[in-house]
Design a protein around this ligand. Sequence first.
Ligand SMILES: Nc1nc2c(ncn2[C@@H]2O[C@H](COP(=O)(O)OP(=O)(O)O)[C@@H](O)[C@H]2O)c(=O)[nH]1
Ligand SMILES: [Mg+2]
Length: 159
Amino acid sequence: MGLLDRLSGLLGLKKKEVHVLCLGLDNSGKTTIINKLKPSNAQSQDIVPTIGFSIEKFKSSSLSFTVFDMSGQGRYRNLWEHYYKDGQAIIFVIDSSDRLRMVVAKEELDTLLNHPDIKHRRIPILFFANKMDLRDAVTSVKVSQLLCLENIKDKPWHI
Ligand SMILES: Nc1nc2c(ncn2[C@@H]2O[C@H](COP(=O)(O)OP(=O)(O)O)[C@@H](O)[C@H]2O)c(=O)[nH]1
Ligand SMILES: [Mg+2]
């Protein structure tokens, strides 16, 4: 079974066209993860609508991905929020070794969860505690504590 099949199985999204948003701060590892998921025949498309903000997209069988950085003091927020309403699943990537910016990641997560296009939907979220190989990385349990994930009661989530 391929990674994408496993991922769609994990997200409970088998056998239908599903749009996945891959979000997180810059440098958390989104592009790296998405590149690992990409089958060799996937159509990839990099879109750079404005300087300082870029969106990566790729499509593979029943899954399409939109990847973007939630950074830059929200300067490009109106550009990325535009994609929320079409998203049916979220992969939220965290740099587990970046203790300093964990609070920024939490702020972005809270803002995401309170967004009108996300707030009232049971959209599944996969938290990807990345960079576990680094010496400074905290455990996934610690990441969920720092991000207060237990407070998410109205959406299925997994870390
Ligand atoms: N040590 C380590 N480095 C990683 C890991 N994932 C990504 N990186 C590195 O982190 C940097 C940022 O990754 P990138 O995928 O560009 O992050 P993005 O800004 O979220 O798209 C790159 O230098 C990657 O090689 C990981 O699991 N462990
Ligand atoms: Mg990237």
